[in-house]
Design a protein around this ligand. Structure first.
Ligand code: SF4
Length: 143
């Protein structure tokens, strides 16, 4: 199967949506992801998402609300599944955050995700934090 021009590129790269609003990699017959073994980190981590708090120096973890992601409700209501998934999501997202260049990381952090709620936080990677604090105009002396 070939999908031409499968990605949109704005401030960062993401799969295009089809005319029904589905990701171009969503197989409507099987209801599975066509690129599962190599799907983007954000999909591996979903419905877990993140923000970096320049003031506290923490990477904060959020879960999408069930009304925008039915999978989120299933994951959140199964505590052992949630714990396992959050662990792997943290690893994927932390790697993504470390690898992203500043332009893309900044674009992702600028996105508001109001339909989420916070579930945890950890100390952020120092090099990533230094970049975020620089954008926010927060000096190390004020920590
Ligand atoms: S998991 Fe990601 S890449 Fe796969 S169909 Fe869903 S949105 Fe698209």
């Amino acid at each position: 199967m070939q999908i031409k021009n499968a990605f949109d590129i704005e401030d960062y790269v993401f799969p295009k949506l089809d005319t029904d609003g589905y990701c171009v990699f969503h197989d409507k017959n099987t209801r599975k992801c066509l690129v599962h073994p190599v799907k983007p980190e954000t999909c591996v981590a979903g419905p877990i998402t993140f923000d970096i708090n320049a003031e506290t120096g923490k990477i904060e973890w959020f879960v999408k609300m069930e009304n925008i992601c039915p999978l989120a409700g299933r994951v959140y209501n199964n505590k052992s599944l949630l714990k396992k998934h959050v662990g792997s999501a943290k690893k994927e997202i932390s790697r993504l955050v470390r690898d992203l260049d500043s332009q893309h990381l900044r674009a992702i952090l600028k996105r508001d995700e109001p339909e989420t709620f916070k579930i945890d936080e950890d100390k952020a990677d120092e090099r990533v934090l230094a970049r975020v604090r620089e954008w926010a105009g927060i000096s190390e002396k004020h920590q």
